[in-house]
Design a protein around this ligand. Sequence first.
Ligand code: AMP
Ligand code: ZN
Length: 146
Amino acid sequence: MDTNCIFCRIAAGEIPSTKIYENDKVLAFLDISPMERGHTLIVPRRHWATMADLPSGDPETEAVMSEWFRVARLVCKAAIKAFGGGANLLQCNGPAAGQTVPHLHLHVIPRPGTVETQPSFVSGARAYSSDVEREATAELLRRYLR
Ligand code: AMP
Ligand code: ZN
């Protein structure tokens, strides 16, 4: 654990988050500045900053990667069932790619409806109107993950 890392601290339960799924390898929680309703981050518990920091050929790392993508896939499926439409997966490596939190994470961004316009990737574009709306959104995703 990196004690200066916000996602390590969320994983350790030191900083609150709206979790929708967790196990011993990964956790998934709502993004604090959502691009869309239900925007979720899938985060390995172990600290690596970027893809470039992952060792290759290490079975333990491979197991985490496999679990990371399995959960991303389930959250993506849950988002489409919960909100309709489609979903984007986004993963940023380094400031040049727009990474602001240097702890590996995958974004799942629901794209409700059927509008065929270019999706927006603006952080905070769809803030929750209340804690109640945020919790109801999380509960909907949790339900479709079961
Ligand atoms: P990236 O630009 O890929 O590094 O994305 C980092 C994401 O983390 C942004 O979408 C932020 O809104 C989100 N974020 C930052 N702090 C928190 C937090 N405490 N809880 C949930 N999401 C966060
Ligand atoms: Zn970390």
